[in-house]
Design a protein around this ligand. Structure first.
Ligand code: NAD
Length: 338
């Protein structure tokens, strides 16, 4: 079947646009489009690829993780790739995700447990980091980069108070802790006021400020930035680390002295996931950090392993994104001369 030329032209233009947006967002830490508009372009690309898989370009954003690397840091390969997350935006799409999980696990027979257990957490809008601890000591900190290779920002990460330089004993021989570095809203507002007072350009949002702060060449500047951290996973590990489930992982991270998000819950069945999403949406504004949705992960490690990965994301996790936040409009007072 031949694909309509207009569709090909539209598709190629959208892919090229995304490359441009990614460069500004991931490399320059200076986005030129809102996340919601970016997500809408990605959804259109996915729609066109679904309608006709032959259209898919080798450099399609749906096939890869993140963006480029800034050249000023040492590039190091991840022992285990750092992937992204697939997104859903509606309860129906979440239900379909759950159905795909159940059918892949062949949990469709009448005697199978129908309600799978998921770990639920907010999706914090920061940037992913992989912290490598050898014999309890922090020895490397890699950004996600393109998922295969990250940038070593260890000296900058060492300035973040929430990240222990040494784990609490008893610690394993090797553990790579993954999590999100972010800037709390309160710190972000104070930083932007200081930027403006100093005649510097303000940051677009806390995510952008966190990314820019972590990738400073001078660690003394990073040290002055109010960065925080929550751990949400484990990458490479020695055989003395046994993690049968995600909630066991969270417990282990906590005993090692690593902070995790207090809003973490274990939910059973898709209705509980929809309810968690609704509750988090209600408290979103009151949290001191930006969240752009919630993340659900199949809780049992053995089931995660059965489900595996696709090219850019695990099959056992999904981000259920929030609708765009209402923008506040500043109405300027105008003096009217009569
Ligand atoms: P993503 O940010 O949507 O999702 C994956 C990331 O979620 C992980 O890498 C991790 O950093 C983070 N995360 C937060 N909480 C987590 C948790 N509890 N468990 C696991 N991961 C968690 O994916 P992405 O591929 O980095 O970026 C895509 C998104 O970034 C887009 O949907 C868009 O909103 C935004 N983006 C915007 C622009 C722009 O120009 N505005 C450009 C590129 C990307």
């Amino acid at each position: 079947m031949t694909i309509n030329n207009d569709i090909i032209t539209e598709y190629q233009a959208l892919v090229a646009q995304i490359h441009q947006y990614d460069y500004h967002y991931y490399v320059l830490d200076d986005p030129i489009i809102s996340d919601e508009d970016y997500d809408a372009v990605i959804q259109r690309i996915l729609q066109l690829e679904k309608a006709d898989p032959a259209i898919q370009a080798a450099d399609s954003p749906t096939q890869r993780v993140g963006g480029g690397l800034a050249s000023q840091f040492e590039a190091i390969a991840h022992a285990i790739p750092m992937l992204s997350l697939d997104n859903v935006f509606t309860p129906q799409a979440l239900t379909e995700f759950n159905q795909r999980v159940l059918s892949r696990l062949e949990w469709s027979s009448p005697d199978s447990p129908q309600n799978i257990t998921y770990a639920a957490e907010p999706k914090i809008d920061g940037l992913a980091i992989a912290l490598r601890y050898e014999n309890g000591q922090l020895v490397q900190a890699l950004t996600r980069g393109d998922g295969r290779v990250g940038e070593n920002v260890l000296e900058n990460v060492k300035t973040i108070r929430a990240i222990p330089l040494k784990l609490r004993a008893p610690y394993p021989q090797l553990i790579e802790v993954r999590g999100e570095v972010f800037m709390p809203k309160s710190g972000f507002n104070a930083l932007n006021e200081a930027q403006q007072a100093a005649g510097e350009k303000p940051f677009a949002n806390p995510r952008n400020a966190a990314a820019g702060s972590l990738r400073q060449l001078n660690a003394a500047i990073t040290a002055k930035r109010p960065l925080a951290f929550y751990a949400y996973g484990v990458g490479e590990k020695s055989s003395d680390v046994v993690l049968p489930s995600y909630d066991a992982t969270i417990d282990r991270l906590n005993t090692l002295g690593l902070p995790t998000c207090p809003l973490f819950e274990v939910c059973r069945g898709v209705d509980a996931l929809i309810d968690y999403h609704r509750r988090l949406l209600n408290v979103r504004q009151s949290l001191d950090y930006d969240i752009d949705g919630v993340v659900f992960k199949v809780n049992e490690t053995a089931l995660q392993q059965q489900l595996g990965f696709v090219s850019r994301a695990p099959r056992w996790a999904i981000a259920y994104k929030f609708p765009a936040e209402e923008k506040t409009t500043t109405v300027q007072a105008i003096d009217i001369q009569v």
